[in-house]
Design a protein around this ligand. Structure first.
Ligand SMILES: [Zn+2]
Ligand SMILES: [Zn+2]
Length: 238
């Protein structure tokens, strides 16, 4: 008989984890305790318009998307902005706390509905919303690239950030109204490798989706360059 050695992860067995949000100790694998995970403001995919992600009372396609649909075909965003989501996002984006980023992407994966998982099965490429180099330097890291890399690992689909760029430094979207947001992003993106995008099924990744203007502008340039379809996702919806 052949004996195999059992080597348990002793660190994990001996020490409880500390929850990022409530600081309580608990046993588990996630960086949030079960209570805090339950308290997160989850969005219900079943009651959203599947194209734009906004709440749609009667069907999975809202009136706006019937009349004037966005360039992207489908939206998945698991969490509402505000409350505990904002606490984690602030830690992640403004204090470079990657544990908070990991907690958010873990929630993104855990809440992923089966039907969305089905759509993501044959993605050709995951593309983060490009950021201007000056904004990346100021923040210290590329937020959406970080998210795309983690989502790429979770879905086992490739990601790339060299096909589209953001050549101009525009004002941050969060200070603008809906109309100005649309103008602000109208020519925000430039495709660098149109031949690479040709006939590709893409997932475009942002950290926070608000009106969807940024993701719509990115989807437009990708589709104009020949992409087949664009799905969009973000960690939270404001
Ligand atoms: Zn907790
Ligand atoms: Zn809609």
């Amino acid at each position: 008989m052949k004996l195999t050695l059992y080597r348990p992860n002793l660190a994990r067995l001996q020490y409880p984890l500390q929850c990022l949000l409530c600081q309580k100790s608990y046993w588990g694998r996630s960086s949030l305790c079960p209570q805090c995970r339950q308290l997160m403001p989850y969005l219900d995919y079943a009651s959203q318009c599947h194209q734009c992600g906004l709440v749609s009372a009667h069907s999975n396609l809202c009136d706006t998307c019937r009349i004037e649909p966005p360039a992207f075909t489908q939206t998945y965003v698991p969490l509402a902005y505000g409350g505990l989501t904002s606490l984690l996002l602030n830690q992640f984006k403004f204090h470079t706390n990657f544990s908070a980023g990991k907690a958010l992407t873990q929630l993104w994966q855990d809440a992923l509905p089966k039907q969305v998982m089905g759509l993501y099965q044959d993605l050709d490429m995951i593309i983060p919303v490009p950021a201007h180099p000056q904004r990346i330097r100021k923040r210290g890291f590329h937020v959406t690239l970080w998210c795309a890399r983690h989502i790429s690992g979770m879905l086992a689909r490739p990601f790339v950030n060299t096909w589209v760029e953001r050549p101009h430094l525009a004002p941050a979207q969060k200070y603008l109204d809906a109309q100005t947001r649309r103008c602000n992003v109208a020519d925000a993106f430039q495709v660098l490798q149109p031949q690479a995008l040709h006939n590709k099924k893409l997932l475009l990744v942002d950290d926070v989706m608000t009106t969807g203007a940024t993701l719509n502008a990115l989807a437009e340039v990708c589709l104009d360059a020949g992409a087949k379809v664009c799905y969009v996702t973000a960690l939270a919806r404001a």
